[in-house]
Design a protein around this ligand. Structure first.
Ligand code: HEM
Length: 259
């Protein structure tokens, strides 16, 4: 049944919070199955998540690790993402009983959702503006500069060069950036927290993981991807953590688009 009717049950339900917070569901996670979804997904898979790209973002990871404290902007973004996640799961009466939608306005929920959406939009506008200014002030030929691109730089560059295969509006772009942040940050952070909690609960595994890290790192303060590749036991810890505590439901809700 799932194979035959795959497309009919491919879309996710567009709830009021999803529409307000995620640019009318124009990102990857909530846009309808079709050409637009295929294009944005392809852009992210090829241009952001391919092994080559993930390796090229090493400087971003290094920068984050070496920062002693977060900058004001990333703190604010983290705070907004947490607000978004909380409000995203809010129950809107109007989504179940259309004629009672006014209750969501009267309860102040719609107002709160709009306030969060406006704050995130302003922040994303600033992020895009900063990246655009940086790109136009630096020389494209500069090797060092082109090796130091992050994924917003790459999206903007591809859009400028007309290489996206689809015309992306400013809102499309912001929806994709937001999707990648929302989908990529909390899942990873939650997994790390559970991994640490499980290791604290299991001293034998903790000892083995610590010994492996020490033997690979050999006293280095910062480890890189090549070191992590050698840490087989640590990889098992991560896999077991994901098995025990998946940070998201493996089958997020879908809606039926045809009867
Ligand atoms: C521990 C880490 C992660 C877990 C457990 C996880 C889990 C999931 C699950 C279960 C789905 C739904 C799949 C479906 O319903 O078909 C999903 C979708 C998605 N994830 Fe992740 N994810 C993780 C990390 C990431 C990261 C790091 C990114 C991006 C940087 C990301 C981006 C996405 C996107 C864009 C979607 C929507 C895909 C679509 O609808 O086509 N995820 N993830």
């Amino acid at each position: 049944m799932f194979k035959t009717h795959d497309i009919v049950i491919s879309n996710r339900p567009k709830t009021t919070p999803a529409n307000i917070l995620l640019y009318e569901c124009q990102g990857i996670g909530f846009s309808n199955y079709g050409e637009y979804w295929r294009q944005v997904r392809k852009i992210c898979v090829l241009q952001l998540l391919s092994v080559r790209r993930v390796q090229s973002f090493q400087h971003v990871r290094d920068g984050e690790v070496s920062k002693e404290e977060n900058t004001g902007q990333s703190n604010k973004f983290g705070e907004l993402l947490r607000r978004l996640e909380e409000q995203f799961a809010a129950f809107c009466v109007g989504d179940t009983f259309l004629f009672l939608g006014c209750l969501d306005v009267l309860s102040g929920l719609i107002g709160r959702l709009n306030a969060t959406a406006r704050a995130i939009d302003a922040l994303l506008d600033r992020v895009i503006e900063e990246h655009t200014n940086r790109a136009s002030s630096g020389s494209d030929d500069d090797d060092d500069q082109s090796n130091k691109k992050d994924f917003v730089d790459i999206l903007l560059q591809l859009r400028k060069d007309g290489m996206l295969g689809a015309e992306l509006s400013q809102d499309n772009l912001k929806a994709v950036i937001l999707d990648m942040f929302v989908a990529g940050t909390d899942t990873t952070a939650t997994t790390l927290e559970w991994a640490m909690a499980e290791l604290v609960k299991n001293p034998t595994s903790m000892k083995r993981a610590r010994e492996e890290v020490r033997s690979v790192a050999k006293g280095k303060l910062n480890i890189d991807m090549k070191d992590i590749e050698k840490m087989d036991y640590l990889k098992c810890v991560v896999k077991e953590t994901l098995r025990l505590h998946p940070p998201t439901p493996l089958l997020a809700p879908r809606e039926i688009t045809e009867c």
